[in-house]
Design a protein around this ligand. Sequence first.
Ligand SMILES: C[S@@+](CC[C@H](N)C(=O)[O-])C[C@H]1O[C@@H](n2cnc3c(N)ncnc32)[C@H](O)[C@@H]1O
Length: 283
Amino acid sequence: MSTVSPLNRLNDFTAQQWLRFTKTWFIHNPPPRKKAELLHPAKYPEKMIEEFVRFFSKEGGIVFDPFLGTGSTLVACHNSNRNGIGIELQEKYAKIARERIQLLESQLKLDEEGGKLKAKQLVLRGNSAEVGKFWQEYNLPLIDAVITSPPYGPMLNKKGLVAKEREESGLDTKYSDDETDLGNASGYDDFLQKLMDIFIQIKPLIKDGGHLIIILQNYMDKGEYKMLAWDFARDMSKEFQLRGEKVWCQDNKTLYPYGYRYSFVPNVHHHYCLIFKKRKEQE
Ligand SMILES: C[S@@+](CC[C@H](N)C(=O)[O-])C[C@H]1O[C@@H](n2cnc3c(N)ncnc32)[C@H](O)[C@@H]1O
């Protein structure tokens, strides 16, 4: 029988579970979203994120998502008994996050009165560029793991086929018109810089040896392939140690005939889960 080694400093995984997680790719097809969560243009699946939460923290640990959206990271934290903190710029998405957590917590009361889930989830509405202010104001603890998917560049402002379909269904095609929304950065380089600035601010709030898992994608923009995941990995590795990546593949998405008959235009159906580590002082 597999047991958790008392020498395991990172998580509560057995050797077998640990080994399985180190494979650098996986397929995860998100289940259909609930009606309220559909409004958001880019939610990630909480079951998938729970795997990362469980690998990069121990039970009772502190996980932070600076781009919380509909709160999937906090749902994963609730389900794995980690304490989650999330910041989301838009009240409409922060509200969905709060409601998801409230619902889970009320079910817990009914199902497991006195049960062992004690971890807390905190949804903060605001700009992650001011993350230090939140930590001071609420006297928040140091972070074990940052797990997040930022806006994928200024890409949601593109008017592609997917955006057209969402628009026709009355769903959001971009997060907001707010100028502090990273998705509204004036261009690709500006976006990358602003994103980096946020992680530089988060750095002192992470424990030495703590991890960051940042999910991003490369994408095609007006005939040019933007290497967002790779450019970001290069910039971030000046501040943090890049430990590698896990490639998340989706194989149930619609294929669009973008460049048919004239050129190769990819249907990008994979994301990079980039893994960084905050070096210890002496390293
Ligand atoms: C890719 S989505 C995150 C989705 C989330 N993982 C989920 O499952 O719902 C990125 C989110 O970042 C938010 N955002 C953009 N700029 C922000 C900022 N400066 N501070 C905080 N949140 C921001 C957007 O409103 C959006 O909800």
